[in-house]
Design a protein around this ligand. Sequence first.
Ligand code: GLN
Ligand code: ZN
Length: 765
Amino acid sequence: MKTHILGYPRIGSKRELKKACEQYWSGKISTDELKKVGADIKNYNWNLQKEAGIDLVTTNDFSYYDQVLDMTLTVNAIPEKYKNLDFKSELDLYFAMARGHQKNNIDVPAMEMTKWFDTNYHYIVPEFKKEQKFNLFSTKVIDEFQEAKKQGIITKPVLIGSVSYLLLGKEKEEGFHRIDLITNLLPVYFEILNQLEKAGAEWIQFDEPFLALDLTDKEKTVIAETYTAIQEKFPKLKIIVATYFEGLQDNLKLAINLPVNTLHIDLVRYPNQLQEVLENAPKNLSISLGIVDGRNVWKNDYQQSLSTIQKAVDMLGKDRVLISTSCSSLHVPCDLENENNEDILTSEIKNWLAFAKQKVNEVVTLKQLFLDDNTENNKKVVAENREAIESKKTSSLINNPEVKYRVTTISDDDAKRKSPFSSRKIIQNKALNLPLYPTTTIGSFPQTKEVRSWRSKFKKEEISQKEYEDLLKKETEKAIRWQEEIDIDVLVHGEFERNDMVEYFGEKLNGFVFTKFGWVQSYGSRCVKPPIIFGDISRPNPMTVKWTSYAQSLTPKLVKGMLTGPVTILQWSFVRNDQERSVTCNQIALAIRDEVKDLENVGIKIIQIDEPAIREGLPLRKSDWQRYLKWAINAFKISSSGINDETQIHTHMCYSEFNDIIQNIADMDADVITIECSRSQMELLDAFADFNYPNEIGPGVYDIHSPRVPNKDEMVLLLNKAKKVIPKELLWVNPDCGLKTRGWDETKKALTEMVTAAKTLREKT
Ligand code: GLN
Ligand code: ZN
């Protein structure tokens, strides 16, 4: 019985890699200094696994930016525009592809980035041409193997499998499918395997997450052929094919019949597949049990895991069983031991958690417990684990009977506005008295260094709560004044009091905790610190009423209340594993519903509930979509429906394809939806137009991701385009998204142009 993990976080437990990369990019440290930081992290990670007693230590899970981009460099799928440029090093070429490069007469944009399956990690999308050639370019995977070998660790290198690598990319030309490139690509994989084998590698892990997703017949055939070819050429290598994030389902027969040493399955996401896999596994196939959750932060339930291992061993024998994390632990924070602040994370809750380092120990402990279950020490370990798991189940911190009860009483009517949109529109038109093409923004205004420094001083208790709030009040008042000046129709307070759109609400709700160092890589050097939802969620006090009503008190114009929606709060947090996501989501929805009512009660007439994460919550298998959408959309409606017809509900979503879920978006029945649209030149609006979307809509008229100031004519052009497909009575005018990452100067200029554009349109109508 062997132990391994599919991968370890590479950012460093105090974000050492993030800091080093950013220093390198700004020219403050040299290549060697950056590489030293990288080497230290690698060493630390390898030795941590080795010392814990992991049998197969993983290499090549380290990356300076992204593991998919590493692969692109490895197989030389470098797009033309990055070639023949005068980069100092391979590393600079690599960073140029990742982030663009505008220095020393070189000016290239970054490659496209997108979400890694259903995680919050983003990878760099490979680009393929019809005649795409590949050859071994970067030898990183081999170098890392050698690096570890020098320290006496013979590792298991991990590579993205050739089929998944192709499927992760996209075609940059017409007339072919990227899967056809396998014939060109496979020889490079052979070359890599050849070199690794020569260097002494025995085990290789190929990540093939697509093997657990919907596949075409062609793709299935290619997978089978690929691993057959690898087996023929390298009969001595022990190949692990790793699947994760979903169950094998209809691909189960294909997967277990691949001629490989080991198949890894994700038993956290899809425990039900175990039985069928065990029953059908051919005699020479080993199964790697992904039982320690690589996606979430909870302690493993040893008793449950041991019974899973027992089941596998009963059917396969212990030599054919491996124990592992469900997926790479890239998606959880590094080390719980860093959390020593009782005020932030109490020891009671800490005792329920395990981060990446603790998960390594869990994997090893499970093997020890299984092989040797009768020692005194083992009995103690199991008992302690049992106690932690039980205390979590019964703790009064987690259970709030009132909240649990309230969720069970939610009725269909709770998720329905009093009147249909057509009636609401008449009532709202009267109540709000807005001009045609009303102008507004998405909520946040520039979070300047100053604003952030106030917050950090307040957190460090260098200024009092009153001083902090007075500063924010002044900033809010300034924002209100100049919105009045430039004559925006629906004002916002600016969100200066918020660090982050989820964290702000998490901090005010019961049932959430935060960490000090719980960073998870989002992309490149960017890390996020997701809140942890551990218990039933309730709202002890109003969360936004004070700021919104303060802003409203300053002006006779309409001020829009600003909330984050239940699906987005859920999606961007670590969630409970003892309760359906849908139930947790409903608990959040009720808290937001109460907030919406409170805002209405103090006279706020327009309330926006942001849901940028609805689309990314979609399950990986299409057959699961409608089930998810049903509860997710319903949760939004619970949060937005407890009010009178006069009150106008807005929602906002960032860039996303709406075509396949437009019916569900319409079902949300928000009075107004604002979407990101400008970069697609209003193309994203077509989904709404084709559908005859009935409610009001604000297609973003300028891109907020760049400091560039658009002029009014560009925006008039876009609005005219929008007008052609959406009735003008339904159109709003707003930027693509919030403005918190922008500076004041460009923001003021851009919004002034935007208001002028709306006025120009009104004159022509
Ligand atoms: N209201 C938020 C803001 O303006 C919305 C952010 C988002 O869509 N991601 O910042
Ligand atoms: Zn947005």
